[in-house]
Design a protein around this ligand. Structure first.
Ligand code: ZN
Length: 278
């Protein structure tokens, strides 16, 4: 008789592999063992009575085996959780040492944030995808001075709970600068409108001078952007001319609208007509 070990029970398999009985409430998963007691092959799924028959057990022995398997699985799960917690604690200690150092600086951090606060920071730092980034300490803040007409404003973004890495700092700062610019420009709308109006008056007076016309367009665009609250892109009149040509795509198929003017040579109907005239 073959030796088996109970792996557990499952209601995923409801057909007994021994007698073929279907629609069972569940089956017992048995792992065949070799002569040395090592797992040998794949798990079989038997009904409770067939499991007893196959392994030469009493029904009671099957139930004892099922209970033991459940307890073993629970113990494994518990051990896994304990190991996970230990690993997290090690990672936390390493993170604290790296972030706050030790001794007095660490004591200050604990006093300021509390141990729960430090754990929360650690968990947040773990959750954020940090890929080979410069440590944030290298650049604790970003500062930009904005000038719109006569108004000057300093936008400063500092590291905080949600801003921890250089990348995050820069993204947050860019966002703040854009928002401040939009706000300042909108506040300055009457001045932009006046500038646009006077540039347009000027353009009407000197129709021949293209740069005056361009300046008027530019002034009007500035006013429009301030009104809409959009920031400006760096597009010049030459930008479109500098763009590369679109990629050429080759095809084997001759479009239906082309006319064959001689074997394997095609032209548009207009071109074909002109060629015929010549
Ligand atoms: Zn069976």
């Amino acid at each position: 008789m073959k030796a088996y070990k109970v792996l557990g029970t499952t209601d995923d398999v409801t057909t007994c592999e021994l007698c073929g009985k279907q629609e069972l409430k569940g089956t017992v998963a048995l792992m065949p063992l070799d002569a040395d007691g090592n797992e040998d092959g794949e798990a079989c799924y038997f009904g409770v009575s067939c499991a007893a028959k196959a392994a030469g057990w009493t029904l009671k022995e099957v139930r004892v085996g099922i209970k033991a398997a459940k307890e073993e699985a629970l113990a494994e799960e518990r051990a896994r959780r304990i190991e996970e917690r230990e690993a997290e604690k090690r990672a936390y200690n390493a993170w604290v040492a790296e972030t706050y150092g030790s001794g007095a600086t660490l004591k200050d951090a604990v006093q300021k944030h509390g141990v729960a606060g430090l754990w929360a920071q650690f968990r947040a730092a773990q959750a954020a995808p940090v890929v080979d980034e410069e440590p944030a300490e290298a650049a604790p803040f970003r500062e930009t001075v904005l000038r719109v007409a006569d108004e000057e404003r300093t936008v400063r973004t500092e590291l905080g709970d949600r801003v921890r890495t250089v990348k995050q700092l820069e993204a947050a700062h860019t966002k703040a600068v854009k928002a401040a610019l939009v706000e300042m420009r909108r506040a300055n709308l009457p001045a932009f409108e006046a500038a646009a109006k006077s540039a347009e008056d000027e353009a009407l007076k000197s129709r021949g001078a293209w740069w005056v016309q361009e300046a008027a367009k530019r002034a009007r665009n500035i006013a429009r952007r301030a009104e809409r609250g959009t920031t400006f892109g760096c597009t010049s009149a030459w930008a479109s001319a500098l763009k590369p040509l679109p990629k050429i795509r080759y095809t084997e198929e001759v479009p239906a609208y082309l006319v064959e003017i001689e074997p394997d040579h095609y032209a548009t109907p207009e071109a074909a007509e002109q060629l015929a005239l010549i």
